[in-house]
Design a protein around this ligand. Structure first.
Ligand SMILES: Cc1cc2nc3c(=O)[nH]c(=O)nc-3n(C[C@H](O)[C@H](O)[C@H](O)COP(=O)(O)OP(=O)(O)OC[C@H]3O[C@@H](n4cnc5c(N)ncnc54)[C@H](O)[C@@H]3O)c2cc1C
Length: 416
């Protein structure tokens, strides 16, 4: 057993108790710098990705609650602040994120700016020492429970559209910010539309330079592609962080007991082995078409696993993320769509049932309907293909007619 695994086992045995509150458990993880051990000191331990993964694998193997993710806090906001934030911004925002006290959201997309993100129209205007923000964002995951937002706003309308954008950290807990949850077709409400009406941001909360927010946004988008492709280790208990999510002051015992009542299937895709087991259980494992599709699904998952290993090896060798990030994001999207098709083929007519009448109380349906979002979130499949065509295959760049005109709209490729 590696030193890291031995140390984590010993530390967890001394620190884990069902009587602790989630708040106290996360505080202990953060104090031991085991919440995000790959982050540099003083926030983490500067561990290699392999050792950091060993830490979460050890927690998962013991069925423990994993480090706080905070919707996009740990995966996107933290690494972005480490890359572009000032030491003061890091000292202010990273500790509460690591202790799970503050969840984050990403305020990028707008009704008129998704794939063409640089066309965003939310304005921030300087007033005295701070900025006042007006506009509307949409599809913002977890915005209703987030305390902090990564906000892109236009600060100079006379500059070309990529250049007049600034990246701010916004306090979501203020009168000028209203997050309204949006109901998805699977019944869940994971994201919101966010209305910003005279919302205030301090000048110190600009990340990077004023009007240079696109550079910071590109870091977030690269991290997002990796986030969609990555998976937490099996067995790790994930609990929503942030004061508004309502878990911090519950005991671990209570939270785990609630977890036992969780749906049988969750996420955006059903793992291949579970789909094979489902086909056997439903008596269709001998159907030649389903056998063929199960084999195809298994192969797709395995090839994707090898591509992920290639991506990890490239990161370990210190190479910047290349086209494999777009490939893995696209492959995950294909896995999710194939999972949905197979699920309904296996269920047959039972696929038409709803809620508690449906197999597994409808949890298979919830997963199948959530699969569609993976094609869109973090850059659509079409945009990933554009990026691969241009960057990996060297095809001519997509025309971007208004790239140099003042904050105009339409036609750009945000992955470019
Ligand atoms: C589950 C989920 C979570 C999300 N979370 C967040 C979040 O937390 N924060 C946030 O800010 N946003 C979030 N989004 C929004 C997401 O980033 C956008 O939906 C996405 O960028 C697409 O933008 P759009 O919906 O405006 O579609 P559009 O950009 O209008 O695209 C419509 C269609 O046209 C295609 N298309 C557009 N431009 C091109 C082109 N140049 N070439 C070829 N095809 C093109 C697209 O692929 C798509 O099929 C989330 C979305 C989902 C589904």
């Amino acid at each position: 057993m590696s030193d890291v695994r031995a140390e984590v086992r010993e530390w967890a045995a001394e620190n884990w108790s069902l009587d602790l509150t989630v708040r106290e458990w996360w505080r202990r993880l953060a104090d031991a710098r085991l919440a995000m051990p790959a982050w540099p000191e003083p926030y983490g331990r500067g561990m290699s990705n392999k050792d950091a993964r060993a830490v979460t694998q050890e927690l998962a193997a013991a069925g423990m609650i994993g480090p706080p993710q905070g919707v996009v806090g740990a995966a996107l906001a933290g690494p972005t602040l480490l890359a572009h934030g000032t030491p003061e911004q890091q000292a202010r925002y990273l500790p509460p994120l690591l202790r799970g006290e503050e969840a984050w959201c990403q305020l990028f997309s707008e009704p008129g700016a998704g794939s063409d993100l640089p066309a965003l129209a939310t304005r921030a205007e300087k007033h005295g020492e701070g900025w006042v923000v007006d506009g509307q964002k949409v599809w913002n995951s977890g915005a209703d429970v987030a305390r902090r937002g990564m906000l892109l706003a236009r600060t100079d309308v006379d500059r070309p559209k990529y250049e007049g954008i600034t990246f701010f950290v916004i306090d979501m807990d203020q009168a000028g910010v209203e997050a309204r949850p949006l109901r998805q077709m699977n019944g869940e409400a994971n994201f919101c539309e966010v209305f910003l009406t005279g919302a205030r941001v301090d000048h110190e909360d600009i990340v990077g330079q004023c009007n240079d927010g696109w550079r910071v946004a590109r870091t977030v988008m690269a991290l997002e592609r990796a986030m969609v492709a990555g998976r937490p280790p099996k067995g790790l208990v994930q609990v929503p962080s942030g004061e508004r999510a309502g878990f911090l002051d519950r005991t671990i015992g209570e939270v785990l007991e609630r977890g036992e009542r969780r749906p049988v299937f969750s996420g955006n895709a059903v793992p291949a082995r579970r789909l094979i087991a489902l086909a056997r259980e439903r008596g269709v494992a001998d159907d030649p078409h389903i056998r063929q599709e199960l084999a195809r699904y298994y192969t797709l998952n395995e090839t994707n696993r090898y591509t992920l290993l290639r991506t990890a090896a490239s990161a370990k060798a210190g190479r910047p993320p290349g086209p494999e990030a777009s490939i893995t994001k696209l492959a995950v999207s294909r896995v999710c769509q194939a999972s949905r098709e197979l699920t309904f083929s296996i269920l047959g007519a039972h696929g038409m049932l709803d809620g508690s009448d449906a197999p597994y109380d409808g949890s298979l349906h919830t997963v199948a309907l959530a699969s569609v979002g993976v094609r869109i979130g973090g850059g659509t499949d079409e945009i990933q293909r554009n990026a691969l065509g241009e960057r990996a295959l060297g095809l001519p760049r997509e025309p971007d007619v208004d790239a140099t005109s003042p904050s105009a709209t339409s036609g750009a490729n945000p992955m470019a």
